[in-house]
Write a protein that binds this ligand. Structure first.
Ligand SMILES: *Cc1c(COP(=O)(O)O)cnc(C)c1O
Length: 443
C-alpha cells in the first residue's frame, strides 16, 4: 500500500481515480507481457448483447484457467508440423532442436526456477490428481501406528478423495485421515495450530499433505515452517501447489519438501487439461527404497531402449515418469514457460502484490459495505476471496458477468478475484471494482 500511496502523491492523482490506474499501467515494467496473451473481448465472454463488446474483457480468473499465451499455440503448431513432416523421426531429429525423446528436459529447465527447484527434481506427466496418486504410491508407506495422512478439512475435493481412497486402498480405516480445521468462527488455518497438531499427532502421521495456497480462501501456507516441523516429527511432507505455482515464489529445494505436484492450467497458463508437473527432492534422487509405480520412461536414459526388462530408475524426478511425454500438451506448457522466462517470480510477485493491494483498497474505498475479504492480508498471493451479504451476491455476480468481468463465483456468496501479473492491468482492477460498486449501490 505504501508504494501505491507514494505513486499517487507523485502523480498528483487520487488512488480511486481511473487515471491513477492508467498511470500505474504506464509505469509497469511488465506491461509488455500482456501482449503475449490472447485477451478475449467483452462480447466473447458476455454475449452478443453486451455493452462495449469490442473492448477487452476483464479477466480475473487466472486462478482457474489462465489465458492463452500466443507462444503456446505457436509451439503446438510447430509440433504438429514436425509430426506431419517427419513422423517418428521427430523423436530424435527435430527442426527446432526439441527432439521428443528429450522434450521433458526443455520443460523442466524452465519450470524449475518457477518453483525453486533443481531441474533434477522436477518431472512432467499426467494431470494433477493422477500425480497425487503416483507420488503417494511411492511416499505413503504406512507402518504400524504411523499410518495417518494429515490434510486440510476443507481441502480441494479431488485431494480429499485421492487421500481417502489411498487410505482405503492400503486397507486402513477411515480414521487414518486426519483433518486440520480452522478455529470456530475463523475461515483460515493458523500456522501455530497446524504446528501444534503435528507435534501432538506426529508419531502417528505418515504423510503431511497440505496445499501451498488454499483454493477457496486464497491463504498462502507457511510451507517452510510446516515442512520443517513435520520432517522433525518424522513425517513425509508433500504439497499440492495447484494455486501456488506461478503465483507466489517458492523454494521447494531449500525448504526440504519431500514431494509436490501442481497443475499448469491455472497461473501457469498452459491450457485446459494441460499436463501437470511434480517435484521430488534431490535427497530421494537415488532412493531405491521408494516403491514407485514404474514404467519404461522412468528407466535411465542411456539404456532405456536396451529392452532388458531390468528396471534401472533414472535419477531424480525423471525416474517417476512411467510413460513417454505427451508432446502436444507439453508443447503448450513450453510456450507458456517461454513467457515466464522473460521475467522472474520475484518481479511477478512485486506486481502481483501491488495489484492485489489495489484491489483491496478500491473495494474498501469505493464499495465499503456488504463485503468481507476472507483472504488473510499477511498470507496471500494474487487472489482475494470475497464473501458478500446475501442481498448483494446475486446482483453483483450478474453485473460482473454482463460487464464482461470474468471471475469465479461459488454459491452461496463467495466471489474469488485473481489479478494475474502477467496479463492483468491496474485498469482491469479498477473496472472490476467499478462494476461491483454500481451493482452494490443500486441494490
Ligand atoms: C485445480 C485443483 C485440482 C484439479 O485436479 P486435476 O487433477 O487437475 O483435475 C486438484 N487439487 C487442487 C488443490 C486444485 O486447486
Amino acid at each position: 500500500m505504501e508504494l501505491l500511496n507514494t505513486a499517487a502523491q507523485e502523480s498528483a492523482l487520487a488512488l480511486d481515480d481511473l487515471r491513477f490506474a492508467q498511470e500505474m499501467d504506464s509505469r509497469d515494467p511488465l506491461a509488455h507481457l500482456r501482449d503475449e496473451f490472447a485477451i478475449p473481448t467483452v462480447r466473447e465472454v458476455a454475449g452478443e448483447d453486451a455493452v462495449d463488446g469490442d473492448a477487452a474483457c476483464v479477466y480475473l480468473c487466472g486462478n482457474s484457467l489462465g489465458l492463452m499465451p500466443r507462444r503456446a499455440r505457436a509451439i503446438l503448431d510447430d509440433e504438429m508440423d514436425e509430426w506431419a513432416s517427419r513422423g517418428v523421426v521427430g523423436h530424435f531429429r527435430h527442426s527446432k532442436d526439441r527432439p521428443w525423446v528429450r522434450y521433458r528436459w526443455k520443460v523442466v529447465e524452465k519450470m524449475a526456477p518457477i518453483v525453486g527447484a533443481k531441474p533434477l527434481e522436477v518431472g512432467v506427466m499426467n494431470t494433477l490428481t493422477t500425480n497425487l496418486h503416483l507420488l503417494l504410491a511411492a511416499f505413503y508407506r504406512p507402518t504400524g501406528t504411523r499410518c495417518k495422512i494429515l490434510i486440510e478439512g476443507k481441502a480441494f475435493p479431488s485431494d480429499h478423495y485421492a487421500v481417502e481412497s489411498q487410505i482405503r486402498w492400503h486397507g486402513l480405516p477411515a480414521s487414518a485421515l486426519l483433518l486440520a480445521e480452522p478455529r470456530a468462527g475463523e475461515h483460515t488455518l493458523r500456522t501455530d495450530d497446524i504446528l501444534e497438531l503435528i507435534e501432538r499427532e506426529g508419531v502417528n502421521i505418515a504423510v503431511v499433505m497440505l496445499s501451498g495456497v488454499q483454493y477457496y480462501t486464497g491463504q498462502v501456507f507457511e510451507i517452510a515452517r510446516i515442512t520443517a516441523a513435520a520432517r522433525a516429527a518424522g513425517c513425509v511432507v508433500g504439497w499440492d501447489l495447484a494455486h501456488a505455482a506461478g503465483n507466489v515464489p517458492l523454494s521447494l529445494h531449500e525448504w526440504g519438501v519431500d514431494f509436490a505436484c501442481w497443475c499448469t492450467y491455472k497461473y501457469l497458463n498452459a491450457g485446459p487439461g494441460s499436463i501437470s508437473c511434480f517435484f521430488v527432492h534431490e535427497r530421494h534422487a537415488h532412493n531405491d527404497e521408494l516403491c514407485r509405480l514404474a514404467g519404461w520412461w522412468g528407466h535411465e536414459e542411456e539404456t532405456r531402449f536396451d529392452m532388458t526388462n531390468r528396471m534401472v530408475p533414472a535419477a531424480g524426478a525423471a525416474g517417476f515418469e512411467p510413460s513417454n511425454t505427451p508432446i502436444l500438451v507439453a508443447a503448450t506448457l513450453l510456450g507458456s514457460l517461454d513467457v515466464f522466462s522473460q521475467t522472474t517470480m520475484a518481479d511477478l510477485r512485486k506486481k502481483s502484490e501491488l495489484l492485489t493491494a489495489y484491489l483491496e483498497h478500491l473495494l474498501a474505498a469505493r464499495v465499503g459495505r456488504g463485503i468481507q475479504i476472507i483472504t488473510p492480508r499477511a498470507q496471500r498471493g494474487a487472489q482475494l476471496s470475497l464473501l458478500f451479504d446475501a442481498d448483494l451476491f446475486q446482483p453483483v455476480a450478474r453485473a460482473l458477468e454482463a460487464a464482461g468481468v470474468v471471475c469465479d463465483e461459488r454459491k452461496p456468496n463467495c466471489i474469488r478475484l485473481a489479478p494475474a501479473p502477467l496479463y492483468n492491468t491496474f485498469a482491469d482492477v479498477w473496472r472490476c471494482v467499478d462494476v461491483i460498486r454500481s451493482a452494490a449501490s443500486s441494490s
